[in-house]
Design a protein around this ligand. Structure first.
Ligand code: PGA
Length: 255
């Protein structure tokens, strides 16, 4: 099983900050145990960071074009990411779904673009507070998974990471309890199992995201179906991010 702690900087940090972050990470990496570290910086720094990143840090994008090459001003393709040494991309983040027109259809096309280019797709899903309170959380997440990833062939599962991020927990300081998170992660694991069989499904990492930080990471990461985290605010400073990595039980395991 892959254990992953991934940082999502969103629209934060200038290029100098990005370099400093990498330096701050480099000095700690020998202590990472069996934890894979990923970071999703803003697009302008991707090629530089991918070429300079220390071994043990995978650089991924926050987005990717749903299209191939051609007349799509402002977009960048999965093949372009690959040619820069970028390992993959987030797809379906709730901020992109809510503010930038990433419909289920667009998200599915982006997953296909990444998988087709041989890259990692870190697929984000999660319900809003309104949907949770209406008792529809599982329906919403299942629908997102069905259109985004459950239709993929079992041969590409090593390119898939699922991140469950309840929208009401993102950037709000209101973390899901470990029981709430585990309940949804177990449901997701079950749906993956129905699609590809229990054995294959057990190999797909399911990350939790939403106000995950050093003080709550360990409890979350010790849950049976939580294989790591997707970290926003607490990923910006290397010491905070490392505090989250410290909470992962796989940090104490040989890689
Ligand atoms: P947060 O963001 O950790 O700041 O809540 C998580 C995310 O949006 O991926």
């Amino acid at each position: 099983m892959r254990n992953i702690v991934a940082g999502n900087w969103k629209s934060n940090h200038l290029m100098g900050d990005a370099r400093e972050w990498m330096n701050g990470m480099a000095s700690r990496l020998s202590q990472r145990g069996a934890v894979e570290i990923m970071v999703a910086p803003p697009a302008p720094y991707l090629a530089m960071l991918a070429s300079e990143a220390p071994v043990g840090v995978s650089v991924i994008a926050q987005n990717v074009s749903a299209h191939g090459e051609g007349a799509y001003t402002g977009e960048f393709t999965a093949a372009m990411l690959r040619s820069c040494g970028v390992a993959g991309a987030l797809v379906g983040h709730s901020e992109r779904r809510a503010m930038f027109g990433d419909t289920d259809e667009a998200v599915a096309a982006k997953v296909d673009a990444l998988v087709g280019a041989g890259l990692q797709a870190v697929f984000c899903c999660g319900e809003t507070l309104q949907e949770r309170e209406a008792g529809r959380a599982e329906d919403v997440v299942l629908r997102q998974l069905q259109s985004g990833v459950l239709r993929l062939g079992a041969d590409v599962l090593d390119q898939l990471v699922v991140a469950y991020e309840p929208v009401w927990a993102i950037g709000t300081g209101r973390t899901a309890t470990s029981a709430q998170a585990q309940e949804m992660h177990a449901a997701i694991r079950g749906w993956l199992g129905e699609a590809w069989g229990i054995e294959a499904a057990s190999q797909v990492p399911i990350l939790y995201g939403g106000s995950c930080k050093a003080s709550n990471a360990a409890e979350l990461f010790h849950q049976a179906d939580i294989n790591g985290g997707l970290i926003g605010g607490a990923s910006l400073q290397p010491e905070d991010f490392w505090g989250v990595v410290e909470g992962h039980p796989a940090k104490r395991t040989e890689a």
